[in-house]
Design a protein around this ligand. Structure first.
Ligand code: 3HC
Ligand code: NAI
Length: 692
């Protein structure tokens, strides 16, 4: 075996050279990896004893892509194009041996090899789109030549990781190896193609699939139309589509030029910067400075959930999906039956869509049991309370749990706003108490705000962070304050949205501005969906807000066919003249002179106070880092990932601009806009949140 550099070595299996990369954690294409590849292929090609070359990776995966942390820095060493030129110029067949994931630049390297062998558990994909990019090393031109433009469009715009068997069915993988025997299988495959004297198959020369699509622009028009909603606001999907169009309509080298031009445009743009930031932000959130990686974890074999309402049901499904048994406790049999039936119905709906088999439905339901007795939670390792949002009830529940739960059990609350320390004080073991704040629908939304109380122990925190991963969530650790990180900042936006409609903007104006910014829906459409009457009662209603007045008119949202908007029989929303008049009357009664409000003001009024509140949260140490706040907003509240989260957006706009506006609004409208000390400090120092 010859070491080529610190991450690559070359060895021989008779006449087959085996080039092995070993660059943990994911063999990303860093400068040393590229250098190792270029050098390894050159040497093997030059060695007359070598007849064929196998490229394989050590560790958990084949090459998982370009090294994203190198993006934006000065290029070093061999470029990926250099490596590919050596590979494509090789007179000896090259076989890529794939395990783990061959992603992005990794798959592009594999596509430059002449053949690909994979173990069944391997996956192939071009996930660049999720980083606001497109495959920039020929992937956009080679993939359609192998799998055809339609499948290439799907793979490149979804970033999906295609399992090896499906990849083999598409022709992307030439041969499947036994699990654990990849090296032997790849070497045997290389010998076989030598023995059969197979020609060197270069993907760039395959033209039948792209030619078949030439002169059929409808393939692309239909694809754009079918996905318009999904791609809204994002640049990268459209650019990926244009590259596939180029693959179909232009010769290979011309197509490559289109790819490079569009790749560079995306790479230097703000969307990709935001999406790459979000990728690292999500991973960074796992790192808790005072909770070391080797903190002991508490084994979670059985989970208890209290309350089978909207949240309790969704929370339970997460654990059932991960194969962890759940017992739900309710106060009334009817509520319990309803809750269990809803879970079953959800699974059956998924099964109807073909995304779950009947067996799987039964297996998951088999892990679920219900009870009316808190004592039945005595053997649970984690108990999550999801009862009404009322401090007295929560304290009562935790006081009882303290007597019932075995020692060491994690006692969690799903509260949205309440003080976790006060809840913990109802027990004799506050170190075991934590907030696990799921978002609705809890089985779907990716965010889990993990609320650390004053006394919460490190193993409880470490276990909760790990648990988030187990159930496919993004866990973000936050501190105790009203509404924690997400809802605390949301309150700022909601307050301004409510003020704006009193001052003269219409609900649909505010919604349109936020929708165009990239949110899935605006706050008033959201209120209509959730119901305007959450927390409202007819008896106590005093016509003191526009929302109350609408509820009094029985305009309680989509469920009553009218709220801020009017709804037709298909639940399509229309601006409502009744709401408009109601708001105008309410403003007149309140002595507010309505005025025309620009879209720019709507956006700044809704978003800048959120950024300012985020700065306060950082100042108070309620979030560890600005990127954690952004991770909360992207995964829990539909903040468009291509804008990187509110803090990243603040940096993009320029904190000096944000501060100047806040000061202007403060002078005009009062202390709702009082700038935080941190914002002032950062601007004075010419810094951004990224510099913290
Ligand atoms: N570059 C640099 N670092 C990377 C990386 C990459 N492409 N992919 C993963 N990492 C790092 C992560 O930041 C993380 O670091 P940390 O431990 O310090 O936090 C570590 O590797 C492990 O990653 P995960 O925690 O995500 O591990 P998983 O096992 O959950 O997932 C994975 C592995 C599926 C490979 C996942 O990391 C992933 O999806 N990576 C990104 C893949 C990708 O987008 N590739 C395309 C890159 S762009 C490109 O190739 C351009 C080309 O066309 C020119
Ligand atoms: P819900 O009203 O749908 O469900 C609450 C359930 O708890 C009811 O079924 C009720 O019968 C049951 N319950 C009440 N007291 C109980 C007790 N002592 N023992 C056992 N069961 C009891 O309420 P939802 O929406 O599920 O909210 C639950 C908690 O989750 C609240 O703290 C809420 O703030 C929080 N939350 C709600 C979100 C949402 O969007 N609905 C989002 C995130 C958190």
């Amino acid at each position: 075996m010859t070491a080529l550099n610190e991450v690559a070595d070359l060895s021989a299996e008779g006449e087959i050279a085996v080039l092995t990369l070993n660059s943990p954690p994911v063999n990303a294409l860093s400068a040393p990896v590229r250098d190792g590849l270029a050098e390894g292929f050159k040497r093997a090609i030059a060695d007359p004893a070598v007849k064929a070359i196998v490229l394989i990776c050590a560790g958990r995966t084949f090459i998982a892509g370009a090294d994203i942390s190198e993006f934006g820095k000065a290029p070093k060493g061999a470029s990926l194009y250099d490596v590919q030129a050596v590979m494509e110029g090789s007179p000896k067949p090259i076989v890529a041996a794939i395990h783990g994931t061959a992603l992005g630049g990794g798959l592009e390297v594999a596509l430059t090899a002449h053949y690909r062998v994979a173990v069944p558990s391997a996956k192939c994909g071009l996930p660049e789109v999720n980083l606001g990019l497109l495959p920039g090393a020929g992937g956009t031109q080679r993939l359609p030549r192998i799998v055809g433009p339609e499948k290439a469009l799907d793979m490149m715009t979804s970033g999906a990781h295609v399992p090896a068997k499906a990849a083999a069915a598409m022709g992307l993988v030439d041969d499947l190896a036994e699990e654990g025997e990849l090296r032997e299988a790849a070497v045997a495959f290389a010998r076989k193609i030598l023995a059969e004297n197979r020609p060197l198959k270069k993907v760039r020369d395959l033209n039948d699939k792209v030619e078949a699509a030439r002169g059929k622009p409808e393939i692309f028009a239909d694809f754009r139309k079918a996905n318009a909603r999904k791609f809204r606001g994002f640049l990268a999907p459209e650019y990926n589509i244009q590259c596939v169009e180029a693959a179909v309509n232009l010769p290979f080298d011309e197509g490559l030029k289109v790819e490079r031009k569009l790749f560079l445009e995306l790479m230097t743009g703000v969307q990709s910067a935001a999406q790459r930031y979000a990728f690292f932000a999500e991973r960074q959130a796992n790192k808790i400075p005072d909770v070391p990686e080797d903190t002991p974890l508490i084994p979670i074999a059985k989970v208890g959930v209290i309350g089978a309402g909207t949240m309790g049901g969704g929370i339970s499904m997460n654990f059932l999906n991960a194969g962890v048994p759940v017992r739900i406790v309710e106060t009334q049999q009817a509520a319990l039956d309803r809750g269990l039936a809803t879970i079953r119905k959800n699974y059956e709906n998924t099964a109807k869509k073909g995304r779950l088999t009947e067996d799987e439905v039964e297996k998951r339901m088999g892990l679920l049991s219900g009870s009316l007795n808190l004592e039945d939670l005595a053997d649970c390792d984690l108990i999550i309370e999801a009862v009404f949002e009322n401090m007295d009830i929560k304290k009562d529940v935790f006081g009882k749990l303290d007597k019932i739960a075995k020692q060491g059990t994690i006692l969690a609350s799903n509260t949205s706003y309440l003080n976790v320390d006060e809840i913990a004080a109802a027990t004799s073991r506050p170190e075991s108490v934590i907030g696990l704040h799921f978002f609705s629908p809890a089985n779907v939304m990716r965010l889990l705000e993990i609320v650390r109380g004053e006394a919460t122990s490190k193993p409880v925190i470490a276990t909760s962070m790990k648990l988030a991963k187990t159930i496919g969530k993004v866990g973000v650790l936050v501190g105790v304050c009203p509404g924690f990180v997400g809802n605390r900042m949301l309150s700022q936006r909601q307050r301004e949205a409510n003020k704006l409609i009193l001052e003269g903007a219409m609900p649909w104006d505010v919604d349109r501005v936020l929708y165009d910014f990239g949110f899935p829906m605006g706050p008033f459409a959201m209120s209509d969906l959730a119901g305007l009457d959450i927390g409202w009662s007819k008896e106590k209603s005093s016509s003191s807000t526009i929302r109350e007045v609408l509820c009094e008119m029985d305009r309680r949202g989509q469920k009553t066919g009218a709220g801020f908007y009017d709804y037709d029989e298909n639940r399509a929303a229309k601006p409502s003249p009744i709401t408009e008049q109601t708001i105008k009357d309410f403003a007149a009664k309140s002595g507010v002179n309505q005025r025309t409000i620009s879209d720019e003001e709507i956006l700044e009024r809704c978003v800048y106070p959120m950024i300012n509140e985020g700065a306060k949260i950082l100042e108070e140490g309620k979030a560890i880092r600005a990127s954690d706040i952004d991770t909360v907003w992207i995964n829990g509240y539909g903040w468009p990932v291509y804008r990187g989260g509110p803090m990243f957006y603040g940096d993009t706009v320029g904190l000096d601009k944000v501060l100047a506006k806040m000061k202007q609004f403060q002078a005009e409208m009062g202390d709702d806009f009082k700038p935080s000390a941190l914002l002032e400090k950062l601007v004075a120092e010419g810094k951004g949140f990224k510099d913290l």
